[in-house]
Design a protein around this ligand. Structure first.
Ligand code: UDP
Length: 452
């Protein structure tokens, strides 16, 4: 049996016996009374024999791991008559780089870093080496929300070294500067989360957020009244298909998949023996949001090169391929659409459920995994592959099974439960946007506030 893992604590001390002694005593107590593993990082002045003796008391018997950083030379940075406190602060500021490099390599990951009064500049550094969500195995508890499984937190937020992580934190802090938050959802869809965000709610308390939150959505487009010729031919094709028989496949404005996945997807659609309309773009390896800032202009011949041999001719009767872009709301609101294989961008998510269309949730980037979890696990309007599509290839058999599930339902269950749920959600969205509905009332409150 493996011995139980010891809790690891790091203590940081600034120079001076008055600082070192209590830090060392604290270290000893953690070891002797709590059986912790303790590392002491001491910035030492190396001038007093008493200091050496005290440091030694940690090592004999060996109670802690001691990392001794000699005081940096600060003579050029201070004046001769500068006070001790000034000198101490400058020393600790200069020692920051050395402390950072020690903390970044220290193992096992400490559960806490405790710093003395003059070492507070170390606190942000300690944050940098805090555990990552990627290390987390338990669901993450966000007040007022259903716990989020770590794999549903999108990758950049799992890694504090990823620049997006910092950017998202900035966004979060930015929101707290506002006078109110408008959310593209509606009261009846996400009541618990909205309550948690409102004053007195568990999330607002945790964030110290005291700004009003208005659910004014869904903010989705109406189907285009003016259609271009490619939309017209697409609508003509949809008109010829039976009601709720077609699965619409699209990865939003920027989603791309690998060439291997693209072939598997094609095989899966073919195997499902269902009708499909696929907005298809050339594959790109390893970058799920590769097309986000580009407007593609590939023709069908270009994308067909990446599809299995003979796929286009074999599926001509049941499938329609549209290169790069199509008018999505027009498609989703057509009676022939029975399901949507989607990357779960929030716009696509809302457009699907407000049209009563169940989904195959295929998250790629940004917050899409959380949206997928909401759709599949909370709202019951989606199925989801067993693997994360950005990590592993989803195989053709599973794709075919999911397509059949959204279009035809599950054999053992009467009716199509996913579709029934999607229709219920659609009704609820229509109510929110009707006269006196929750979202229109919220919007009026915002408008009144603005016009004062
Ligand atoms: N869209 C579209 N045609 C396409 C792809 C996307 O009209 O071929 C629209 C879609 O209707 C939605 C938006 O682009 O309103 C994409 O937003 P979403 O939040 O779904 O995902 P993102 O593209 O931002 O990841």
């Amino acid at each position: 049996m493996e011995p139980p893992k010891l809790t690891h604590v790091v203590l940081v001390s600034s120079p001076g016996l008055g600082h070192l002694i209590p830090v060392i005593e604290l270290a000893k107590r953690f070891v002797l009374l709590h059986n912790f593993k303790v590392t002491v990082i001491a910035v030492t002045s190396k001038t007093s024999p008493a200091e050496a003796q005290i440091l030694n008391s940690l090592l004999t018997p060996s109670l802690c791991h001691l990392i001794d950083i000699p005081s940096p030379d600060i003579n050029a940075l201070v004046a001769q008559n500068d006070a001790v406190v000034t000198r101490l602060c400058v020393v600790m500021s200069e020692a920051k780089l050395a402390i950072r490099s020690i903390l970044s390599e220290i193992t096992p990951l400490p559960s806490a870093v405790i710093v003395d009064l003059f070492s507070t500049e170390t606190i942000p550094i300690a944050r940098e080496v805090e555990g990552q969500y990627v290390d987390q195995t338990e669901p993450i508890k966000i007040p007022g929300c259903k716990p989020v499984r770590p794999e549903n937190v999108f990758e950049p937020m799992q890694d504090r070294n990823d620049r997006q992580y910092t950017e998202y934190l900035k966004i979060g802090k930015g929101i707290l500067q506002s006078d109110g938050v408008l959310v593209n959802t509606w009261e009846e869809l996400q009541r618990e989360e909205l309550e948690a965000l409102r004053e007195g709610g568990s999330l607002s308390e945790a964030l110290n957020m005291k700004i009003p939150v208005y659910a004014v959505g869904p903010l989705v487009r109406e189907p285009e009244l003016e259609t271009n010729s490619s939309t017209e031919s697409l609508v003509t094709w949809l008109d010829q298909q039976p009601s709720q028989s077609v699965v619409y496949v699209s990865f939003g404005s920027g989603g791309t998949i690998s060439s291997e996945q693209m072939k598997e997807l094609a095989w899966g659609l073919e195997l499902s023996e269902q009708r499909f309309l696929w907005v298809v773009r050339p594959p790109i390896e390893g970058i799920a949001d590769a097309a986000f800032f580009t407007t593609g202009s590939s023709g069908i011949d270009e994308v067909a090169k990446y599809l299995p041999d003979g796929f286009v001719s074999r599926t001509r009767e049941v499938g329609l391929l549209v290169p790069d872009w199509a008018q999505q709301v027009t498609i989703l609101s057509h009676r022939s659409i029975g399901g949507f294989l989607s990357h779960c961008g929030w716009g696509s998510t809302l457009e699907s459920i407000t049209n009563g269309v169940p989904l195959i949730a295929w998250p790629l980037y940004a917050e899409q995994r959380m949206n997928a979890a909401l759709l599949a696990e909370e709202l019951g309007v989606a199925v989801r592959p067993r693997v994360l599509p950005t990590k592993k290839v989803v195989h053709r058999e599973e794709i075919a099974e999911m397509v059949r599930k959204v279009i035809e339902g599950v054999e053992s269950v009467k009716g199509n439960r996913l579709r029934e749920r999607a229709k219920e959600v659609q009704q609820s969205s229509m109510k929110a946007l009707s006269k006196g509905g929750s979202s229109l009332v919220s919007l009026s409150q915002v408008a009144n506030k603005i016009s004062g």
